[in-house]
Design a protein around this ligand. Structure first.
Ligand SMILES: C/C=C/C(=O)SCCNC(=O)CCNC(=O)[C@H](O)C(C)(C)COP(=O)(O)OP(=O)(O)OC[C@H]1O[C@@H](n2cnc3c(N)ncnc32)[C@H](O)[C@@H]1OP(=O)(O)O
Length: 279
C-alpha cells in the first residue's frame, strides 16, 4: 500500500500481513515505523474482512530494535515528554494488546531490543531456527520498554525475565523455546508459512467474538488473586455469548458435521462482547 513508508500492509484469505520494511537497516525501529505499525493494527482491527494478523519483517532480520543511527527522541530531551507521550515500542505493544483479533509474530534473524518487546503482546511468537533474541537495554544504558516488565515475567517466569533483562545477552531460538518465549521453532525459511497455516486454522475453525473475549479475559485474569472473580466473569460471558448467533452456529456446525460459517463482526453491539474488557 502506498500510504506507508516503513511497513507494508496486505490482506489475503482474511489474514492481514504487516511487514516491517526497512531491510536495508535490518528493520531498525523508528518513530515513523512505530506510528505506522499502530495505524496498521488499527486498520486490521477495524476491517471486517480480517480475522488474524501476521507480523513479520522483510529481509534477513525481524528487527534489530531502535535504529541507533537515527537519533530518536520525538520530544525535547531537555524538558522531557508531556504526560500523553507514549514511548515508541509501547505505541505498538499497547495497540496489539487491545486488539480484538489474534496477532502472530513470525520471527527470523535478529529480534532484539524493541524488535522483541513489540512482539510480547502478540498472541503467538513463531521463530525461525536462525532467530536471535535479546533484551539488550541494560547494555545500551536504557530501559526495557513496551510494557515488557509486565509481559515478560508472565511469559517466562521472573527468574528468566531477570536474567535476560539484567544481562541483556543475546540468546538463541532454542533457549527462547525452552523458556517459553516462543511457541515453536521452525526450519529456516519456513516460519512465514507456519504462521499462515496457524492463521488459516484460526480463520477456518473459530468464532471471532469468542476469540476476542477469550484473549482479553486470559490477559485480564492473569493477575487475579483467586479464581473467584474469574468464576463470576465466566458466568456473565457464557450468558452473553450464548445469545450470540455464533454460539448457535458453533454447535450446529459440529452436529451437522460441516465447517462453521461464523459472522465476521466483533463489536460492542454483539451479545457477549464486553467493551469494558478493553479498558
Ligand atoms: C523503542 C526501542 C528501543 C530499542 O530497541 S533500544 C535497543 C536497540 N538495539 C540494539 O541495541 C541492538 C544492537 N545490535 C546488536 O546487538 C547486534 O547488532 C545484533 C545482535 C542485532 C546482531 O548481531 P550481528 O549479526 O553479529 O551483527 P553486528 O556485526 O553486531 O552488526 C551488523 C551491522 O548491523 C548494525 N546494527 C545492528 N543493530 C543496529 C541498530 N539497532 N541500529 C543501527 N544499526 C544496527 C551494526 O551497527 C552493524 O553495522 P556495520 O556493518 O555498518 O558496522
Amino acid at each position: 500500500m502506498a500510504d506507508y513508508a516503513e511497513i507494508t500492509y496486505a490482506v489475503a484469505d482474511r489474514i492481514a500481513t504487516v511487514t516491517l520494511n526497512r531491510p536495508e537497516a535490518r528493520n531498525g525501529y523508528t518513530i515513523r515505523m512505530a506510528d505506522e505499525l499502530g495505524a496498521a493494527m488499527d486498520r486490521a482491527d477495524r476491517d471486517e474482512d480480517v480475522r488474524v494478523v501476521v507480523l513479520t519483517g522483510a529481509g534477513r532480520d525481524f528487527c534489530v530494535g531502535a535504529d541507533l543511527s537515527q537519533g530518536g527522541f520525538d520530544f525535547d530531551p531537555a524538558t522531557g515528554p508531556d504526560a500523553a507521550w507514549q514511548e515508541p515500542a509501547g505505541r505498538c505493544s499497547k495497540r496489539i494488546f487491545t486488539m480484538n483479533k489474534p496477532v502472530i509474530a513470525a520471527l527470523h534473524g535478529a529480534a532484539v531490543g524493541g524488535g522483541v518487546t513489540i512482539t510480547l503482546s502478540c498472541d503467538y511468537r513463531l521463530a525461525s531456527e536462525d532467530s536471535r533474541f535479546g533484551f539488550v537495554f541494560t547494555r545500551r544504558g536504557i530501559y526495557p520498554e513496551g510494557a515488557s516488565a509486565w509481559f515478560l515475567p508472565r511469559l517466562v517466569g521472573m527468574g528468566t525475565a531477570l536474567d535476560w533483562m539484567i544481562s541483556g545477552r543475546v540468546f538463541t531460538a532454542a533457549e527462547a523455546l525452552e523458556k517459553g518465549l516462543v511457541h515453536k521453532v521452525l526450519p529456516a525459511g519456513t516460519v512465514l508459512d507456519a504462521a499462515y497455516e496457524l492463521a488459516g486454522e484460526i480463520v477456518a475453525t473459530t468464532a471471532p467474538v469468542s476469540v476476542a473475549v477469550t484473549r482479553q479475559l486470559l490477559y485480564r485474569m492473569a493477575s487475579a488473586e483467586s479464581p473467584f472473580p474469574v468464576h463470576d466473569l465466566d458466568s456473565k460471558l457464557i450468558g452473553g455469548l450464548g445469545a450470540n448467533p455464533d454460539a448457535v452456529e458453533g454447535v450446529m456446525s459440529f452436529l451437522q458435521k460441516r465447517p462453521p460459517a461464523f459472522g465476521m463482526r466483533v463489536d460492542k453491539d454483539l451479545p457477549g462482547y464486553l467493551p469494558w474488557l478493553e479498558k
